[in-house]
Write a protein that binds this ligand. Structure first.
Ligand code: ADP
Ligand code: MG
Length: 401
């Protein structure tokens, strides 16, 4: 059984219908209300174009930020309407209401070819509690439901789960569909070697994922701040590096497993912990991290070892930057990984990059188009990989074997 998608519906069923679409427009905004990165809006366009082409009337709901059930003006979706209108090339009306009678009336008045964007679902007190009463009010906004908010599909919220239970059909949009296809491949790779790379700040977020892949992958490469915790757990000193003390036991447990699939850095780039300055950095072997310095990137030897493993892979998954990539000079490990992934893809490997910061890192390297799939979902992608299901998917109509 898999969730039904928009493709499974007879397009004739869409004509004239109000389609409530849950999108993930949780985009980064500047203080002055301008959208800093419209990637998540762009990712929704295939679904919206398909709906418009078939004469449906899309009604969009999303959350933005964490306004905690009250109206917080800086989290209004109003500034997104002109951005969506420009990208989509169709009129987008914005309404500063979400679950009211006036909003329902606006969905009924919506003209063919237009899109209606409603206000932030997290302005509503019941949203994050999946309140049944709120779900009923939201379900009045559409004749059918499309979930295209992959990044929110791990949330048991009214606009993700509650409405999907009430509206029928309730199907996945094209973004969710493409994400699921990529992750199904990672859960069950057709071609090996299957190599995964983990980096980023924290192990604790990613323990179930590392656990899942230690069994399934042929090699697990560890970089980023996460590697420091493993390095310390292996008995070495880590100086002033970021280490997750609470996760040392788990890391030691992973290291003690007999399969020996974990690869840790053999060298690292260290700098002053307080004000990491790449100009004052140096490369040291992993057993010689000075007491007053911290590791901010994987070293050149490690980069080549990891790049070689990625080059050998036929299926590759990467989550978490290899270093403090936002600071120039500490992005070399991350950029080298991105290049290795792009090269492997050109050689025919299936390659996926997942996680919010990882996705921006590969975009920053200009290589997002050179890998098989860049996931828009952070937490949702990781939860799906670890468990093979998500609350928002389970709430959709199911089909087939
Ligand atoms: P993702 O969003 O892709 O899942 P994470 O949120 O887990 O990734 O981690 C990304 C963050 O980890 C980035 O802000 C990056 O700067 C930080 N990071 C990675 N390596 C280091 C390091 N060695 N020291 C400090 N921060 C690091
Ligand atoms: Mg992150």
């Amino acid at each position: 059984m898999r969730p039904k998608t928009l493709r499974d519906l007879d397009p004739a069923e869409l004509r004239g219908k109000r389609v409530l679409v849950r999108v993930d427009y949780n985009v980064p905004m500047d203080e002055d209300g301008t959208v800093r990165d419209a990637n998540r809006i762009e990712a929704s366009l295939p679904t919206l174009r398909y709906l418009l082409e078939h004469g449906a009337r899309p009604v969009l709901v999303s959350h933005l930020g964490r306004p905690k059930g009250e109206v917080v003006p800086r989290y209004s979706l109003a500034p997104l309407a002109p951005v969506l209108e420009r990208l989509l090339g169709a009129p987008v009306q914005f309404m500063a209401e979400t679950d009211t009678d006036a909003a329902v009336e606006a969905t009924r008045q919506l003209e063919e070819g237009d899109v209606l964007l409603l206000e932030n679902t997290r302005f509503l007190p019941g949203e994050t509690a999946n309140d049944p009463e709120l779900s009923r009010r939201l379900a009045r906004l559409g004749d059918l439901f499309v979930n295209d908010a992959f990044g929110s599909t791990h949330r048991e919220h009214s606009s993700v789960v509650g409405v999907a239970d009430l509206l029928s059909p309730a199907v996945a949009g094209f973004l969710v569909e493409s994400e699921l296809m990529a992750f199904a491949e990672l859960r069950n790779p057709r071609e090996r070697p299957f190599v995964v790379a983990f980096g980023g700040a924290k192990i604790s977020d990613k323990i179930p994922l590392i656990e899942a892949f230690l069994d399934r992958a042929d090699a697990v490469l560890i970089g980023g701040a996460m590697a420091n915790t493993f390095i310390r757990a292996s008995g070495l000193g880590t100086g002033a590096s970021l280490v997750e003390e609470d996760a040392l036991d788990v890391a030691a447990g992973f290291l003690a497993r007999p399969e020996h699939r974990l690869s840790l850095p053999t060298d690292v780039v260290v700098a002053d912990a307080g004000e990491p300055d790449a100009a004052l950095s140096s490369i040291v072997a992993v057993d010689s991290i000075p007491a007053d310095r911290a590791a901010f990137d994987i070293g050149p030897r490690t980069r080549e070892t990891f790049a070689h493993a990625i080059g050998e892979s036929r299926t590759f998954f990467w989550n978490g930057p290899m270093g403090l990539f936002e600071v120039p000079g500490f992005d070399s490990g991350t950029v080298r990984m991105a290049r290795a992934a792009a090269e492997a893809t050109a050689e025919g490997a299936f390659t996926v990059v997942g996680g919010g910061d990882s996705a921006s890192a590969i975009r920053q390297a200009g290589l997002a188009g050179a890998v098989s799939h860049v996931s828009t979902g952070g937490g949702a992608a990781l939860e799906y990989l670890a468990k093979g299901s998500l609350p928002g998917l389970d709430a959709l109509d199911r089909i087939g074997i």
